[in-house]
Write a protein that binds this ligand. Structure first.
Ligand code: PLP
Length: 404
Protein backbone atom coordinates (compact mmCIF):
# COMPACT_ATOMS: atom_id res chain seq x y z
CA UNK A 1 0.00 0.00 0.00
CA UNK A 2 1.17 3.51 -0.65
CA UNK A 3 -0.59 6.84 -0.35
CA UNK A 4 -0.35 9.91 -2.52
CA UNK A 5 0.00 13.03 -0.43
CA UNK A 6 -0.65 16.64 -1.26
CA UNK A 7 2.19 19.12 -1.58
CA UNK A 8 3.47 20.90 1.53
CA UNK A 9 2.91 24.10 -0.45
CA UNK A 10 -0.76 23.63 0.47
CA UNK A 11 -0.13 23.15 4.20
CA UNK A 12 -1.50 26.51 5.28
CA UNK A 13 -3.72 27.28 2.31
CA UNK A 14 -7.42 27.68 3.21
CA UNK A 15 -10.47 28.46 1.14
CA UNK A 16 -13.43 27.81 3.42
CA UNK A 17 -16.14 29.27 1.16
CA UNK A 18 -16.12 25.89 -0.58
CA UNK A 19 -14.63 24.05 2.40
CA UNK A 20 -15.76 21.11 4.56
CA UNK A 21 -19.19 22.54 5.46
CA UNK A 22 -19.91 23.14 1.78
CA UNK A 23 -19.00 19.49 1.10
CA UNK A 24 -21.38 18.35 3.83
CA UNK A 25 -24.15 20.42 2.20
CA UNK A 26 -23.52 18.57 -1.06
CA UNK A 27 -23.75 15.25 0.77
CA UNK A 28 -27.10 16.27 2.31
CA UNK A 29 -28.36 17.29 -1.13
CA UNK A 30 -27.35 13.90 -2.49
CA UNK A 31 -29.51 12.40 0.26
CA UNK A 32 -32.45 14.43 -1.03
CA UNK A 33 -32.48 17.40 1.38
CA UNK A 34 -33.21 20.86 0.00
CA UNK A 35 -30.50 23.24 1.25
CA UNK A 36 -30.96 27.00 1.20
CA UNK A 37 -27.52 28.14 0.07
CA UNK A 38 -26.42 31.61 1.03
CA UNK A 39 -22.72 30.87 0.90
CA UNK A 40 -21.48 31.85 -2.57
CA UNK A 41 -21.72 35.15 -4.46
CA UNK A 42 -22.92 33.55 -7.67
CA UNK A 43 -25.79 35.66 -9.09
CA UNK A 44 -27.13 33.32 -11.82
CA UNK A 45 -28.69 30.58 -9.63
CA UNK A 46 -30.72 33.29 -7.87
CA UNK A 47 -32.38 34.33 -11.11
CA UNK A 48 -30.05 37.18 -12.07
CA UNK A 49 -29.35 37.07 -15.78
CA UNK A 50 -26.39 38.46 -17.68
CA UNK A 51 -27.23 41.38 -20.00
CA UNK A 52 -28.47 40.01 -23.31
CA UNK A 53 -25.85 41.75 -25.43
CA UNK A 54 -23.15 39.74 -23.67
CA UNK A 55 -24.78 36.51 -24.74
CA UNK A 56 -25.27 37.78 -28.28
CA UNK A 57 -21.61 38.75 -28.58
CA UNK A 58 -20.42 35.40 -27.28
CA UNK A 59 -22.72 33.47 -29.62
CA UNK A 60 -21.90 35.64 -32.65
CA UNK A 61 -18.18 35.20 -32.15
CA UNK A 62 -18.19 31.54 -31.22
CA UNK A 63 -17.45 30.19 -34.74
CA UNK A 64 -14.39 32.41 -35.16
CA UNK A 65 -13.02 31.88 -31.65
CA UNK A 66 -11.74 28.37 -31.95
CA UNK A 67 -8.05 29.13 -31.69
CA UNK A 68 -5.85 30.45 -28.90
CA UNK A 69 -5.46 34.21 -28.78
CA UNK A 70 -2.66 36.45 -27.49
CA UNK A 71 -1.89 35.30 -23.97
CA UNK A 72 -2.81 38.70 -22.55
CA UNK A 73 -6.18 38.58 -24.27
CA UNK A 74 -8.15 39.81 -27.28
CA UNK A 75 -7.47 43.31 -28.54
CA UNK A 76 -11.17 44.27 -28.31
CA UNK A 77 -11.41 43.16 -24.67
CA UNK A 78 -8.22 44.91 -23.58
CA UNK A 79 -9.13 48.05 -25.50
CA UNK A 80 -12.51 48.15 -23.74
CA UNK A 81 -10.83 47.74 -20.35
CA UNK A 82 -8.30 50.48 -21.14
CA UNK A 83 -11.03 52.88 -22.22
CA UNK A 84 -13.10 52.07 -19.15
CA UNK A 85 -10.32 53.32 -16.88
CA UNK A 86 -9.32 56.18 -19.17
CA UNK A 87 -12.86 57.46 -18.83
CA UNK A 88 -12.40 57.38 -15.07
CA UNK A 89 -9.36 59.62 -15.52
CA UNK A 90 -6.46 57.15 -15.63
CA UNK A 91 -3.56 58.17 -17.84
CA UNK A 92 -0.83 55.68 -17.06
CA UNK A 93 -2.04 52.47 -18.66
CA UNK A 94 -1.67 50.88 -22.05
CA UNK A 95 -3.08 47.87 -23.90
CA UNK A 96 0.02 45.94 -22.97
CA UNK A 97 -0.65 46.50 -19.24
CA UNK A 98 -3.92 44.59 -19.36
CA UNK A 99 -4.20 40.84 -18.82
CA UNK A 100 -7.45 38.99 -19.43
CA UNK A 101 -7.86 35.93 -17.23
CA UNK A 102 -10.25 33.07 -16.57
CA UNK A 103 -11.85 35.11 -13.84
CA UNK A 104 -10.13 37.46 -11.43
CA UNK A 105 -9.23 34.36 -9.40
CA UNK A 106 -6.68 33.16 -11.93
CA UNK A 107 -5.07 36.59 -12.08
CA UNK A 108 -4.85 36.97 -8.30
CA UNK A 109 -2.88 33.73 -8.11
CA UNK A 110 -0.73 34.80 -11.07
CA UNK A 111 0.00 38.22 -9.58
CA UNK A 112 1.21 36.62 -6.34
CA UNK A 113 3.16 33.78 -7.97
CA UNK A 114 5.07 36.23 -10.15
CA UNK A 115 5.97 38.52 -7.24
CA UNK A 116 6.70 36.64 -4.07
CA UNK A 117 9.80 34.93 -2.79
CA UNK A 118 9.53 32.75 0.30
CA UNK A 119 8.82 34.92 3.32
CA UNK A 120 7.84 38.07 1.39
CA UNK A 121 4.89 39.81 2.96
CA UNK A 122 1.64 41.16 1.57
CA UNK A 123 -0.76 43.23 3.66
CA UNK A 124 -4.22 41.73 3.36
CA UNK A 125 -7.39 42.99 5.08
CA UNK A 126 -9.05 41.11 7.92
CA UNK A 127 -11.70 40.17 7.10
CA UNK A 128 -10.74 39.44 3.50
CA UNK A 129 -11.93 37.58 0.45
CA UNK A 130 -9.89 34.52 1.38
CA UNK A 131 -8.46 33.82 -2.05
CA UNK A 132 -6.03 36.68 -1.42
CA UNK A 133 -4.58 35.07 1.69
CA UNK A 134 -4.59 31.66 0.00
CA UNK A 135 -2.79 32.97 -3.09
CA UNK A 136 -0.11 34.71 -1.01
CA UNK A 137 0.46 31.55 1.04
CA UNK A 138 0.51 29.27 -2.00
CA UNK A 139 3.15 31.54 -3.51
CA UNK A 140 5.44 31.13 -0.49
CA UNK A 141 4.58 34.54 0.91
CA UNK A 142 3.15 35.58 4.24
CA UNK A 143 -0.23 37.29 4.40
CA UNK A 144 -0.02 39.90 7.15
CA UNK A 145 -3.55 40.89 8.08
CA UNK A 146 -4.43 44.48 8.83
CA UNK A 147 -7.62 45.01 10.82
CA UNK A 148 -10.77 46.61 9.51
CA UNK A 149 -12.79 48.40 12.16
CA UNK A 150 -16.42 47.36 12.47
CA UNK A 151 -17.10 50.46 14.61
CA UNK A 152 -15.91 52.68 11.75
CA UNK A 153 -18.09 51.21 9.00
CA UNK A 154 -15.47 48.52 8.49
CA UNK A 155 -12.83 50.96 7.23
CA UNK A 156 -9.28 49.61 7.55
CA UNK A 157 -7.28 50.86 10.51
CA UNK A 158 -4.54 52.98 8.94
CA UNK A 159 -2.36 52.83 12.07
CA UNK A 160 -2.53 49.07 12.00
CA UNK A 161 -1.49 49.10 8.33
CA UNK A 162 1.49 51.33 9.14
CA UNK A 163 2.46 49.22 12.15
CA UNK A 164 2.49 46.01 10.13
CA UNK A 165 4.85 47.15 7.38
CA UNK A 166 8.24 45.44 7.50
CA UNK A 167 11.28 45.38 5.21
CA UNK A 168 9.72 42.32 3.56
CA UNK A 169 6.38 43.96 2.73
CA UNK A 170 5.89 44.10 -1.03
CA UNK A 171 2.29 45.10 -1.45
CA UNK A 172 -1.08 45.90 0.05
CA UNK A 173 -4.43 44.45 -0.97
CA UNK A 174 -7.49 46.69 -1.01
CA UNK A 175 -10.87 45.10 -1.64
CA UNK A 176 -13.22 47.92 -2.52
CA UNK A 177 -16.22 47.50 -2.37
CA UNK A 178 -15.35 44.93 0.20
CA UNK A 179 -16.25 41.29 0.39
CA UNK A 180 -17.38 40.31 3.03
CA UNK A 181 -18.17 43.62 4.81
CA UNK A 182 -19.73 45.70 2.02
CA UNK A 183 -17.57 48.73 2.93
CA UNK A 184 -16.88 51.25 0.16
CA UNK A 185 -13.88 53.52 0.64
CA UNK A 186 -13.90 57.27 0.08
CA UNK A 187 -11.15 59.05 -1.85
CA UNK A 188 -9.65 60.61 1.28
CA UNK A 189 -9.03 57.22 2.80
CA UNK A 190 -7.68 55.84 -0.48
CA UNK A 191 -5.24 58.74 -0.73
CA UNK A 192 -3.92 57.84 2.72
CA UNK A 193 -3.25 54.30 1.52
CA UNK A 194 -1.58 55.67 -1.61
CA UNK A 195 0.70 57.76 0.60
CA UNK A 196 1.63 54.72 2.68
CA UNK A 197 2.35 52.76 -0.52
CA UNK A 198 4.40 55.65 -1.90
CA UNK A 199 6.52 55.96 1.23
CA UNK A 200 7.14 52.25 1.55
CA UNK A 201 7.42 51.34 -2.14
CA UNK A 202 4.47 49.00 -2.05
CA UNK A 203 2.34 47.80 -4.95
CA UNK A 204 -1.37 48.34 -4.42
CA UNK A 205 -3.48 45.34 -5.42
CA UNK A 206 -6.95 46.82 -5.89
CA UNK A 207 -9.71 44.21 -6.14
CA UNK A 208 -12.66 46.20 -7.50
CA UNK A 209 -14.88 43.41 -8.76
CA UNK A 210 -17.95 44.99 -7.08
CA UNK A 211 -17.27 48.52 -8.36
CA UNK A 212 -20.76 48.91 -9.82
CA UNK A 213 -22.70 47.30 -6.97
CA UNK A 214 -23.20 50.39 -4.84
CA UNK A 215 -26.09 51.49 -2.62
CA UNK A 216 -27.29 54.73 -1.02
CA UNK A 217 -25.69 57.05 -3.60
CA UNK A 218 -22.19 56.14 -2.52
CA UNK A 219 -19.50 56.78 -5.16
CA UNK A 220 -16.75 54.37 -6.13
CA UNK A 221 -13.20 55.60 -6.66
CA UNK A 222 -10.72 53.39 -8.46
CA UNK A 223 -7.51 53.89 -6.53
CA UNK A 224 -5.49 53.76 -9.77
CA UNK A 225 -7.09 57.04 -10.83
CA UNK A 226 -5.86 58.79 -7.68
CA UNK A 227 -2.13 58.44 -8.28
CA UNK A 228 0.34 58.37 -11.17
CA UNK A 229 3.45 57.52 -9.18
CA UNK A 230 2.44 54.33 -7.34
CA UNK A 231 2.24 50.97 -9.03
CA UNK A 232 -1.34 49.69 -8.92
CA UNK A 233 -2.70 46.38 -10.16
CA UNK A 234 -6.47 46.74 -10.57
CA UNK A 235 -8.69 43.66 -10.78
CA UNK A 236 -12.23 43.47 -12.10
CA UNK A 237 -14.39 41.22 -14.24
CA UNK A 238 -17.77 40.01 -15.43
CA UNK A 239 -18.75 37.74 -12.52
CA UNK A 240 -20.65 40.16 -10.31
CA UNK A 241 -21.77 43.44 -11.90
CA UNK A 242 -22.53 41.57 -15.15
CA UNK A 243 -23.88 38.42 -13.45
CA UNK A 244 -21.77 36.14 -15.67
CA UNK A 245 -19.59 34.30 -13.15
CA UNK A 246 -19.68 31.12 -15.22
CA UNK A 247 -18.13 32.88 -18.20
CA UNK A 248 -14.89 33.14 -16.17
CA UNK A 249 -13.78 36.54 -17.44
CA UNK A 250 -11.68 38.94 -15.44
CA UNK A 251 -8.89 41.39 -16.00
CA UNK A 252 -5.85 42.79 -14.27
CA UNK A 253 -4.50 46.18 -15.27
CA UNK A 254 -1.18 47.69 -14.24
CA UNK A 255 -0.82 51.43 -13.91
CA UNK A 256 1.68 53.92 -12.50
CA UNK A 257 5.48 53.75 -12.82
CA UNK A 258 5.70 50.50 -14.77
CA UNK A 259 9.34 51.12 -15.69
CA UNK A 260 10.13 50.34 -12.04
CA UNK A 261 8.48 46.96 -12.38
CA UNK A 262 10.05 45.62 -15.58
CA UNK A 263 11.24 42.45 -13.94
CA UNK A 264 7.89 41.77 -12.28
CA UNK A 265 6.15 42.38 -15.61
CA UNK A 266 8.49 39.85 -17.26
CA UNK A 267 7.35 37.35 -14.62
CA UNK A 268 3.69 38.15 -15.24
CA UNK A 269 4.18 37.74 -18.97
CA UNK A 270 5.87 34.40 -18.46
CA UNK A 271 3.03 33.06 -16.26
CA UNK A 272 0.44 34.51 -18.59
CA UNK A 273 2.06 32.71 -21.55
CA UNK A 274 2.29 29.45 -19.63
CA UNK A 275 -1.49 29.27 -19.29
CA UNK A 276 -1.71 30.14 -23.03
CA UNK A 277 -4.77 32.41 -22.84
CA UNK A 278 -8.17 32.89 -21.24
CA UNK A 279 -11.32 31.35 -22.74
CA UNK A 280 -11.58 33.13 -26.10
CA UNK A 281 -15.31 33.21 -27.04
CA UNK A 282 -16.25 34.71 -23.69
CA UNK A 283 -13.64 37.46 -24.00
CA UNK A 284 -15.88 39.00 -26.65
CA UNK A 285 -18.37 39.77 -23.87
CA UNK A 286 -16.00 42.23 -22.22
CA UNK A 287 -16.41 44.96 -24.82
CA UNK A 288 -20.16 44.32 -24.90
CA UNK A 289 -20.31 44.64 -21.12
CA UNK A 290 -18.22 47.75 -20.57
CA UNK A 291 -19.77 49.96 -23.23
CA UNK A 292 -23.15 51.67 -23.14
CA UNK A 293 -26.15 51.03 -20.93
CA UNK A 294 -25.39 49.41 -17.55
CA UNK A 295 -28.31 47.28 -16.43
CA UNK A 296 -26.76 46.71 -12.98
CA UNK A 297 -27.86 50.24 -12.04
CA UNK A 298 -31.49 49.18 -12.07
CA UNK A 299 -30.77 46.44 -9.56
CA UNK A 300 -29.08 48.70 -7.02
CA UNK A 301 -31.28 51.79 -7.20
CA UNK A 302 -34.15 52.17 -4.68
CA UNK A 303 -36.76 49.56 -5.63
CA UNK A 304 -34.13 47.47 -7.41
CA UNK A 305 -33.89 43.81 -6.50
CA UNK A 306 -30.40 43.84 -4.98
CA UNK A 307 -31.15 46.94 -3.00
CA UNK A 308 -34.44 45.58 -1.62
CA UNK A 309 -32.78 42.32 -0.65
CA UNK A 310 -29.90 44.05 1.09
CA UNK A 311 -32.35 46.25 3.00
CA UNK A 312 -34.54 43.35 4.07
CA UNK A 313 -31.67 41.09 5.12
CA UNK A 314 -30.01 43.88 7.08
CA UNK A 315 -33.23 44.91 8.81
CA UNK A 316 -34.21 41.35 9.80
CA UNK A 317 -30.76 40.31 11.00
CA UNK A 318 -30.54 43.32 13.27
CA UNK A 319 -33.82 42.27 14.88
CA UNK A 320 -32.32 39.02 16.20
CA UNK A 321 -31.23 39.52 19.83
CA UNK A 322 -27.45 39.66 20.09
CA UNK A 323 -26.94 40.08 16.33
CA UNK A 324 -25.77 43.35 14.83
CA UNK A 325 -24.77 44.19 11.32
CA UNK A 326 -23.20 47.22 9.67
CA UNK A 327 -25.24 48.25 6.65
CA UNK A 328 -23.24 47.39 3.52
CA UNK A 329 -22.71 50.23 1.04
CA UNK A 330 -21.78 47.90 -1.76
CA UNK A 331 -21.35 44.29 -2.95
CA UNK A 332 -23.69 41.39 -2.21
CA UNK A 333 -22.93 40.26 1.34
CA UNK A 334 -23.67 40.90 4.98
CA UNK A 335 -21.15 40.21 7.73
CA UNK A 336 -23.14 40.22 10.99
CA UNK A 337 -21.67 40.02 14.46
CA UNK A 338 -22.79 37.65 17.18
CA UNK A 339 -22.43 39.38 20.54
CA UNK A 340 -20.11 37.15 22.60
CA UNK A 341 -22.05 38.12 25.75
CA UNK A 342 -25.13 36.51 24.24
CA UNK A 343 -23.58 33.72 22.18
CA UNK A 344 -20.48 32.06 23.56
CA UNK A 345 -19.29 30.54 20.30
CA UNK A 346 -15.83 28.98 20.43
CA UNK A 347 -15.79 27.36 17.01
CA UNK A 348 -17.69 29.18 14.29
CA UNK A 349 -17.12 26.44 11.71
CA UNK A 350 -18.95 24.06 14.03
CA UNK A 351 -21.67 26.68 14.44
CA UNK A 352 -22.33 26.92 10.67
CA UNK A 353 -22.10 23.13 10.44
CA UNK A 354 -24.75 22.76 13.17
CA UNK A 355 -26.89 25.37 11.40
CA UNK A 356 -26.64 23.35 8.22
CA UNK A 357 -27.67 20.13 9.93
CA UNK A 358 -30.48 21.66 11.97
CA UNK A 359 -31.92 24.23 9.60
CA UNK A 360 -30.65 23.11 6.16
CA UNK A 361 -29.18 26.56 5.64
CA UNK A 362 -25.64 27.12 4.38
CA UNK A 363 -23.63 30.24 5.30
CA UNK A 364 -19.89 30.79 5.89
CA UNK A 365 -18.18 31.31 9.23
CA UNK A 366 -16.34 34.60 9.81
CA UNK A 367 -12.99 32.93 10.45
CA UNK A 368 -13.22 31.65 6.86
CA UNK A 369 -12.50 35.28 5.90
CA UNK A 370 -9.43 35.44 8.13
CA UNK A 371 -11.37 37.27 10.79
CA UNK A 372 -9.54 36.45 14.04
CA UNK A 373 -12.54 35.77 16.31
CA UNK A 374 -15.36 33.22 15.99
CA UNK A 375 -18.05 35.91 16.27
CA UNK A 376 -19.15 36.69 12.69
CA UNK A 377 -20.68 34.98 9.70
CA UNK A 378 -21.30 35.91 6.10
CA UNK A 379 -24.36 35.45 3.99
CA UNK A 380 -25.16 36.59 0.47
CA UNK A 381 -27.96 39.05 -0.29
CA UNK A 382 -28.75 37.41 -3.64
CA UNK A 383 -31.90 35.40 -2.72
CA UNK A 384 -35.34 36.86 -3.29
CA UNK A 385 -36.94 38.60 -0.30
CA UNK A 386 -39.09 35.53 0.54
CA UNK A 387 -36.02 33.35 0.78
CA UNK A 388 -34.17 35.98 2.80
CA UNK A 389 -37.06 36.09 5.27
CA UNK A 390 -37.02 32.32 5.45
CA UNK A 391 -33.22 32.20 5.89
CA UNK A 392 -33.12 34.83 8.63
CA UNK A 393 -35.97 33.17 10.52
CA UNK A 394 -34.03 29.88 10.40
CA UNK A 395 -30.95 31.68 11.79
CA UNK A 396 -33.06 33.28 14.55
CA UNK A 397 -34.62 29.92 15.51
CA UNK A 398 -31.24 28.20 15.49
CA UNK A 399 -29.56 30.87 17.62
CA UNK A 400 -32.39 30.86 20.17
CA UNK A 401 -31.63 27.29 21.15
CA UNK A 402 -27.96 27.06 20.19
CA UNK A 403 -26.43 27.85 23.56
CA UNK A 404 -28.94 26.01 25.73
N1 PLP B 1 -12.48 39.07 -5.73
C1 PLP B 1 -13.51 39.15 -4.88
C2 PLP B 1 -13.51 40.23 -3.84
C3 PLP B 1 -14.56 38.24 -4.96
O1 PLP B 1 -15.58 38.35 -4.09
C4 PLP B 1 -14.53 37.22 -5.94
C5 PLP B 1 -15.59 36.20 -6.01
O2 PLP B 1 -16.43 36.08 -5.15
C6 PLP B 1 -13.43 37.17 -6.80
C7 PLP B 1 -12.43 38.12 -6.67
C8 PLP B 1 -13.31 36.11 -7.86
O3 PLP B 1 -13.98 36.47 -9.02
P1 PLP B 1 -13.92 35.71 -10.39
O4 PLP B 1 -15.25 35.06 -10.59
O5 PLP B 1 -13.67 36.78 -11.41
O6 PLP B 1 -12.82 34.72 -10.36
Amino acid sequence: MYSVEKSHKLDNVCYDIRGPVHKEARRLEDEGHRILKLNIGNPAPFGFEAPEELLKDAILNLPTSQGYCDSKGLFSARKAVMQYYQQKGLRTTDLDDIYIGNGVSELIVMAMQALLNNGDEILVPAPDYPLWTAAVTLSGGKAVHYMCDEGADWYPDLDDIRAKISPRTKGIVLINPNNPTGAVYGSEFLLEVVEIARQNKLIIFADEIYDKILYDDVAHHSVCTLCDDVLVATFNGLSKSYRAAGFRQGWMMLSGPKHQARDYIEGLEMLSSMRLCANVPMQHCIQAALGGYQSINELVLPGGRLRQQRDKAWELLNQIPGVSCVKPKGAIYLFPRLDPKVYDIRDDQKMVYDLLLQEKLLIVQGTGFNWPKPDHFRLVTLPRVDDIEDAVSRIARFLKHYQQ
